[in-house]
Design a protein around this ligand. Structure first.
Ligand SMILES: [Zn+2]
Ligand SMILES: [Zn+2]
Length: 335
């Protein structure tokens, strides 16, 4: 079993463990090792033979046992047990996701808002991964603590984008924004600004506990804004610590599909939003998807390969996922 396949198993274990509030600590440990495996791609068979699985960062005896089982049998009995306990079994209609065909991430942050790296550092990391494009989508002004971008700062950012694009050849930087969906479903930046951008990710961040019917209205309004391309982490949940927003998912997903708005599967292990169950519903409603890391640092791009099992579990074919499309096929850019 290669490191990425093992990382996906550990990522799923972490995900299932997070659903038990008493297991959040252990869940984080599994997610952290999944991340280390994705970044470092160790030869698990060699380590197993040498009895050195614990040499991998974060791996103690418990996780080593799970990894040893994976190397020996290609399966994890621990994962099978967790799936049974949480009522989330593997499905026989899972799709095939070829990560080698991944063209680029559409949701990322830089030091312009709450990212921890410069645009140049993020662009170089994306290029090193073989990406053809990267959506630079910092926060909108509403998120004051992170110095969100207004029209003026977006203009300044666009100049930096031009510079970085010249320096990192072969990578298209898509100028975008992660714009807040306000309580009434309006967006945190005027349409005149949004329409100039390549990619608009509209996300719910605050007031997630709004009553379901108000939340439904809010999301319906957001997905009908013609400038919105993607709904970012559509419920705002944080498994193990914060329940996401509740609304009429089917109604909102159908409206998103009607407007050609994609739904995100945010691969950050603290989010994993949409869940495979919600993503499956969205698939049935006709939606496209964006499989993004929501990276705030270069190493976080690895969240996508770790969490790709979520799209597989939801049965989403690759042609419904924007990130597998070449740049020329991303219709939102011309919009
Ligand atoms: Zn967000
Ligand atoms: Zn984000």
């Amino acid at each position: 079993m290669d490191a990425i396949a093992a990382a996906q198993v550990l990522s799923e274990i972490g995900y299932l463990l997070r659903q038990n509030p008493n297991e959040v600590y252990r869940a984080r440990a599994f997610s952290a090792v999944a991340w280390a495996l994705t970044l470092e791609r160790p030869d698990l068979e060699a380590l197993q033979k040498a009895n050195k699985l614990t040499a991998i960062e974060g791996v103690g005896p418990g996780i080593a046992k799970v990894l040893a089982g994976l190397v020996e049998t290609g399966r994890s009995s621990y994962l099978d047990r967790l799936r049974a306990e949480t009522g989330q079994p593997a499905r026989d209609d899972e799709s095939t996701i070829d990560l080698g065909a991944y063209q680029g991430d559409l949701h990322s942050h830089t030091e312009w808002s709450d990212g921890r790296a410069t645009m140049l550092e993020m662009a170089r990391a994306a290029k090193a991964l073989g990406y053809r494009y990267l959506g630079v989508t910092d926060h909108s002004p509403r998120i004051k603590v992170v110095n969100g971008l207004n029209g003026e700062r977006l203009l300044a950012q666009s100049r930096e984008r031009e510079q970085v694009e010249k320096e990192v050849e072969g990578l298209a930087l898509l100028q975008g924004i992660e714009v807040d969906i306000l309580e009434d479903g309006s967006l945190d930046l005027p349409d005149a600004v949004l329409e100039l951008l390549d990619v608009v990710v509209a996300s719910p961040h605050v007031k997630l506990r709004q009553e379901a019917s108000a939340m439904t209205e809010r999301m319906l309004r957001a997905v009908s804004n013609p400038n919105v391309d993607i709904v970012g982490h559509p419920t705002g949940r944080r498994p193990g610590s914060r329940e996401g927003a509740s609304y009429d998912f089917e109604l909102v997903f159908r409206e998103a599909a009607r407007h050609g708005v994609a739904l995100e599967i945010d691969c950050d292990p603290a989010r994993m939003d949409l869940s495979p169950e919600h993503a499956r519903l969205a698939l049935e409603c006709g939606c496209n998807f964006s499989l993004d890391a929501d990276a705030h640092a270069p190493a976080e791009f690895a969240y996508v390969p770790m969490a790709a099992w979520m799209a597989r579990r939801a049965g989403i074919p690759m042609d419904r996922i924007l990130n597998f499309k070449p740049l020329e096929a991303l219709t939102m850019i011309a919009k």
